[in-house]
Design a protein around this ligand. Structure first.
Ligand SMILES: Nc1nc2c(ncn2[C@@H]2O[C@H](COP(=O)(O)OP(=O)(O)OP(=O)(O)O)[C@@H](O)[C@H]2O)c(=O)[nH]1
Length: 601
C-alpha cells in the first residue's frame, strides 16, 4: 500500500556540538519502539567506533520510526541526526534539503552557541519549520527561561512553546513527537508525476555496491524500475528500496514524500553523486532539483607510512575511505625526509584526526602526519597561478608576484566579559574585527575575518582557554586575499628538512621560528651526537637551538646483566621508536611535526 504523505513527517535534529542530539535520538527510537530496550545502547545512530568513543556524530544518519500519535493515527517519521561540529556543516545542509522541519536542540545550561546560530540560519534559509527544544532540563544548572529568551532575541524564533526535554530521562520526548506531528508540515508532491528524488547521502557496501539515501519529491520508485541520475548521466536498475529502521529494511516502494535507501548495484560512488536528482530513465523530468555546493577540502597534510612497505596498503586504505567520504581527497607526495606518502585534503582538523585514526585503527597502519596547512594561491611573475597544497612546492621568492591565502568569516559567541580577551587573541592572529552585537544580555556575537592558516594553529584551544571555556566558534569560507607570506625552513644538523617547513606571515616569521626551535629542542630526543636546530628564510637563519649529545648508552646500564633484561630494554626502545622517523641520521618523533601548530600568543 502506498504511504499517504499526509502521515509523513521528515525532520532533522540540529544543534551545537554536545547539546544532546544523539542522546535525544536514542530516546525517540526507544519511545517509538524502533529499537527495543534490550538492544538499546548509547548513541545507536553513531555507528562508527570513533563516533561512540568520542561521543560525536560525524556522519548524518537517517532513520525511520513509526509513531502512533495521540490523535490515534500512525505516522511515519523520517529523522535525520546531524553532526554538530563545524567541520561537518555540509552534512547538515544536505540533510536539511530532505526535510520539511528541524528540531533545534539547545542545551538548557549552555544556551545559544555558535553552531546553534549557524544551524538555525541554515534551517531558515531552507524554509524549514523549526521546533525549538530546550534540552538537559534534568540538570540543576538548567535555565530554560533564560535560554528561551536567548532563542527569541538571538535567533528571532518564537520560543514560548519551546519543548522542554531531557534526552537523559526521556522527559518531554512525547511532547516533542506530538509537536512534530502538529508543527511540521507533511511533504507535498505529485504521486503521479515522473520520479524526482534527491540523493542526500551515499555509502559503499562491499556486497551491494553503492547505497544512496534519497528523498522522493515526486512520483515513486520500486524494484525493477530503470532510473537515470541527472548530473552524472548514468542509468541504473533499482535492485532494492527500503527504509533504515535503523537496519536496512526492504520495502515494496518509496513513494512521494518518503525518505529511504536505494540499491542499484553501481560499484562506483562517483556515479551516485550526493546532491544529484534521480528520475525515470524513460519519460523522466528535465529539470533537476536544486543541488548543493560541492564540498571542498580546507586543510591539507602529508601522511607518510613509518615503514616504507606500507605505502601500497596506505593507498588502498585511502581508496576505501574515499568511497564513503566525498570530502576526502589525496594525491601522491614525495618528501626527501619522509619518503613516499600522500598529501591529503580534509574539511578541518577534526576530520583530519578522525581519518588518521581510522587509517591506523581499521587498517593497522603506522603513520606520520606533517603539520596541516591550507591551500595557497601563488601567482608567478607573468600571471600563472598555482594552487599550493604543500610548503615544499613553494617556488623561489624571485619567481613570485604575489601570494593569496584563504580567509574565513568567523562568528564567536561569548559572555560580554570576554570581549577584550577575544580581541587580543584574534588581533594577534591577524584577524580583522568586523562587527559585534548583543544577542541577549548574556551573549555577545562578534564577527571577524581571519586567515584560515591562523585558525588551524590551535586558535580554538586558545579561544576556549582565554574565555574559561565559554566561547563558541563557527566559520565559513570567505575567499582568497593577498598576504605577505614566506616559507620558513627548519634545518637539522644544517640540512633543511622539507617535511618540517611551513608558510608563515612575514611579520610573524621571527617569533614563530624562535618558538618552534625551542619546542623542537625539547621534543627531539638526544642522539649520539649534537643536533643543531635552525629556523631560516632563504639562507638567513632566524633562530637556533641545540640538542645536546646523549651521555650514556642505555645498554651500559645492563653491563654484565642478564640477556633477557637487555632484550626487554631493546624492545622497549623499539616500541618508543614507533612514531619516530629517521631523518638524515636524526630521530624525529611525530610531535615535532605538530609543534608547528602550537603558538604562544
Ligand atoms: N544531564 C543530561 N545530560 C545529557 C542529556 N542529553 C545529553 N547529555 C549528555 O551530553 C553529552 C553530549 O550528548 P550527545 O547526545 O552526544 O550530544 P550531540 O549533540 O549528539 O553531540 P554531537 O553529535 O557530537 O554534536 C553526553 O555526555 C550526554 O550524556 C540530558 O538530557 N541530560
Amino acid at each position: 500500500m502506498t504511504q499517504d504523505p499526509k502521515y509523513i513527517r521528515n525532520f532533522s535534529i540540529i544543534a551545537h556540538i554536545d547539546h544532546g542530539k544523539s542522546t535525544l535520538s536514542d530516546r525517540i527510537l526507544e519511545l517509538t519502539g524502533t529499537v527495543s530496550s534490550r538492544d538499546m545502547k548509547e548513541q545507536v545512530l553513531d555507528s562508527m567506533d570513533i563516533e561512540r568513543e568520542r561521543g560525536i556524530t560525524i556522519k548524518s544518519q537517517a532513520v525511520r520510526v513509526d509513531y502512533r500519535a495521540d490523535d490515534g493515527e500512525l505516522y511515519q517519521f523520517n529523522l535525520i541526526d546531524t553532526p554538530g561540529h563545524v567541520d561537518f556543516t555540509y552534512e547538515v545542509s544536505r540533510s536539511l534539503a530532505a526535510c520539511e522541519g528541524a528540531v533545534l536542540v539547545v542545551d538548557a545550561t549552555q544556551g545559544v552557541e555558535a553552531q546553534t546560530v549557524a544551524n538555525a540560519m541554515m534551517a531558515m534559509n531552507a524554509d524549514l519549520e523549526i521546533i525549538p527544544l530546550i534540552n538537559k532540563i534534568d540538570l540543576p544548572a538548567a535555565e530554560p527561561e533564560r535560554v528561551k529568551q536567548e532563542i527569541e532575541d538571538g535567533l528571532a524564533i518564537p520560543a514560548d512553546d519551546a519543548v522542554l526535554a531531557s534526552g537523559k530521562t526521556g522527559a518531554g520526548v512525547h511532547d516533542l513527537l506530538e509537536a512534530v506531528v502538529y508543527d511540521i508540515p507533511a511533504p507535498e508532491g505529485d504521486p503521479s508525476a515522473p520520479l524526482r528524488a534527491l540523493i542526500f547521502d551515499s555509502y559503499f557496501d562491499a556486497y551491494r555496491g553503492v547505497v544512496a539515501l534519497v528523498r522522493v519529491v515526486d512520483g515513486s520508485m520500486k524494484k525493477g524500475d530503470r532510473i537515470h541520475m541527472m548530473a552524472t548521466g548514468i542509468d541504473a536498475l533499482v535492485e532494492e528500496v527500503g527504509a533504515r529502521r535503523p537496519a536496512e529494511t526492504p520495502m515494496p516502494e518509496l513513494s512521494v514524500g518518503e525518505v529511504g535507501y536505494l540499491v542499484t548495484g553501481l560499484k562506483d560512488v562517483s556515479h551516485v553523486k550526493v546532491g544529484d536528482t534521480i528520475t525515470n530513465a524513460a519519460g523522466g523530468v528535465s529539470e533537476p532539483l536544486p543541488g548543493y555546493r560541492e564540498v571542498k577540502p580546507m586543510v591539507f597534510t602529508g601522511l607518510f607510512p613509518i615503514e616504507g612497505d606500507q605505502y601500497e596498503p596506505l593507498k588502498e586504505a585511502l581508496e576505501k575511505l574515499s568511497l564513503n567520504d566525498p570530502a576526502l581527497i589525496w594525491e601522491p607526495e614525495k618528501s626527501h625526509a619522509l619518503g613516499f606518502g600522500f598529501r591529503v585534503g580534509f574539511l578541518g582538523l577534526l576530520h583530519m584526526e578522525v581519518i588518521k585514526e581510522r587509517l591506523e585503527r581499521e587498517f593497522g597502519l603506522d603513520l606520520l602526519a606533517t603539520a596541516p596547512s591550507v591551500e595557497y594561491h601563488v601567482y608567478r611573475q607573468g600571471g600563472e597561478m598555482i594552487s599550493l597544497h604543500s610548503p615544499q612546492e613553494m617556488p623561489d621568492p624571485g619567481e613570485i608576484e604575489r601570494i593569496e591565502e584563504p580567509y574565513l568569516k568567523a562568528k564567536i559567541l561569548i559572555p560580554p566579559d570576554y570581549v577584550g580577551a577575544v580581541m587580543d587573541l584574534t588581533v594577534a592572529r591577524r584577524g580583522t574585527f568586523v562587527t559585534m552585537n548583543y544577542l541577549s544580555t548574556t551573549t555577545v556575537e562578534m564577527l571577524w575575518e581571519i586567515p584560515l592558516s591562523e585558525l588551524i594553529m590551535d586558535y580554538f584551544d586558545k579561544l576556549k582557554s582565554n574565555t574559561k571555556g565559554y566561547a563558541s566558534l563557527d566559520y565559513e569560507f570567505d575567499g582568497y586575499k593577498p598576504s605577505k607570506l614566506v616559507k620558513l625552513d627548519i634545518l637539522l644538523s644544517g640540512k633543511p628538512i622539507d617535511a618540517l617547513s611551513f608558510i608563515v606571515h612575514r611579520d610573524k616569521a621571527y617569533d614563530r621560528g624562535r618558538i618552534l626551535t625551542e619546542r623542537l629542542k625539547e621534543i627531539i630526543p638526544r642522539q649520539m651526537f649534537e643536533v643543531p636546530i635552525q629556523a631560516a628564510i632563504g639562507g638567513r637563519v632566524l633562530a637556533r637551538e641545540t640538542v645536546k649529545a646523549k651521555r650514556k648508552d642505555v645498554l651500559a646500564k645492563c653491563y654484565g646483566g642478564d640477556i633477557s633484561r637487555k632484550r626487554k630494554l631493546l624492545e622497549k626502545q623499539k616500541a618508543g621508536k614507533k612514531r619516530m622517523k629517521n631523518i638524515g641520521n636524526v630521530e624525529v618523533p611525530q610531535e615535532a611535526f605538530m609543534a608547528i601548530l602550537k603558538v604562544d600568543d
